[in-house]
Design a protein around this ligand. Structure first.
Ligand code: SAM
Length: 378
């Protein structure tokens, strides 16, 4: 059956980063709700998002109903889904799975939607099977108030959306626990975050290679290799170099990798010049988190060396910042690694890159991190 459309349901952890990840992997998309993205079905979409970090579910053959002021009953929703099912639901067993986002829609409960829709559609050709259905109808009751603790300016108009779950999609990325790896240190990045940063670096196209000049235990290089990408990892600390190598060998990714000991300001000398690089890294932060300038020179040295190595590359990095960044758009005064954000942006520009986007993540009460994407400055 030809699918009419595709909707991606994003993780509730950080809807803005979910949408940014989809944009990086797919190009322009339509936002229906902070956690729902509509894409025109083209062959390669599923392949391109198969390694995404923040996509929870993929729903195809979707239809939807915007619910503004009017009330709507579960029976009325069931009638709409039934009409749709006549054309789009394959014969065979099915189950209805409802989800609420935010405050949901018109006080409708998941339970009543599941039973009303199931009862309306059920027939000899399409019996309900909750255990092992051939098709799963997903009904999403998407309302406002889907607060993740991260500021978001996307519209949250209530809508009811339904379609068929794509059973081949693996779901939200979890990865393997870093403590299971042969070499672990507390600096190790959460695999979901490392995967997300690699995805974001696709925003100028598929990279030829992922370069991490501060590889630590290899969290980012592992995700690149698991995605089948070439990875070049380096660190100043030889224990980290050995540990990253052990972790990469253990992870068994299909992408080839190399690991070297070198200072981040001389990666261009070690790796030579390579086109189409993604530089994805988590620089050292110094002792006092976002108030500290300890790591600033190291960061700027890495940026200059990256530019020299690959003038058409892309940077995806994560910088410590004051948690004020979580309450609204980022101000020029926001403290990022000991500098105001406007001054930090100028320093980044002087090193050959322009900030394309900066999205904060809550770490704890007194610290957030900015996920910063940079493109070449000319
Ligand atoms: C925050 S950790 C990176 C953690 C890493 N993303 C992971 O998943 O394990 C920063 C790393 O930068 C390294 N480092 C510090 N100064 C450096 C420099 N000048 N050049 C290269 N690496 C450096 C440290 O040894 C440390 O391993």
């Amino acid at each position: 059956m030809a699918a009419r459309s595709l909707v991606l349901l994003g993780s509730g952890w950080h809807p803005r980063l979910f949408r940014e990840e989809c944009r990086a992997l797919l190009g322009p998309t339509e936002t229906l709700h902070p956690r729902l993205i509509f894409v025109t079905q083209v062959e390669s979409v599923l392949e391109r998002i198969s390694g995404a970090s923040l996509v929870d579910d993929v729903i195809h053959s979707t239809s939807r109903l915007w619910v503004y002021e009017q009330e709507i009953s579960a029976a009325a929703v069931a009638t709409c889904v039934h009409e749709w099912a006549e054309s789009f639901l394959p014969t065979g067993s099915f189950a209805v799975r409802a989800r609420r986002l935010g405050t949901g829609v018109c006080g409708l409960s998941r339970r009543e939607i599941e039973s009303e829709v199931g009862a309306k559609i059920s027939s000899d050709q399409r019996p309900v099977d909750l255990e092992n259905p051939e098709s799963e109808i997903v009904v999403i009751l998407a309302g406002p108030g889907d607060s993740s603790g991260h500021w978001d300016d996307a519209q949250q108009n209530p809508l009811i959306l339904w379609g068929i779950r794509d059973g081949s999609f693996p779901g939200t990325y979890v990865g393997t626990s870093p403590t299971d790896r042969p070499f672990f240190k507390p600096v190790t990045m959460d695999p979901r975050l490392a995967r997300l940063m690699v995805s974001l670096s696709f925003s100028r196209g598929t990279p030829s290679v992922v370069v991490d000049p501060f590889c630590g235990t290899g969290g980012i290089a592992i995700e690149a290799s698991l995605l089948g990408l070439d990875a070049l990892a380096s660190d100043l600390d030889s224990r980290m170099v050995e540990g990253t190598m052990a972790n990469l060998d253990w992870a068994g990714g299909t992408g080839p990798y190399r690991v070297e000991r070198c200072s981040a300001d001389s990666i261009h000398e070690v790796w030579g010049s390579i086109e189409g690089c993604s530089f994805v890294f988590d620089p050292p932060y110094g002792r006092n988190a976002w108030t500290s300038e300890d790591g600033l020179d190291v960061l700027l040295g890495a940026l200059s060396s990256a530019r020299e190595m690959c003038p058409d590359g892309i940077i995806c990095t994560m910088l410590p910042s004051n948690p004020d960044s979580l309450d609204g758009p980022i101000s020029d005064q926001l403290q990022v690694m000991g500098l105001g954000w406007a001054e930090m942006r100028s320093k980044i520009t002087e090193s050959g890159w322009d900030v394309h986007s900066a999205i904060p993540i809550r770490v704890h009460k007194s610290l957030s991190r900015l996920v910063v994407l940079c493109h070449p400055s000319d």
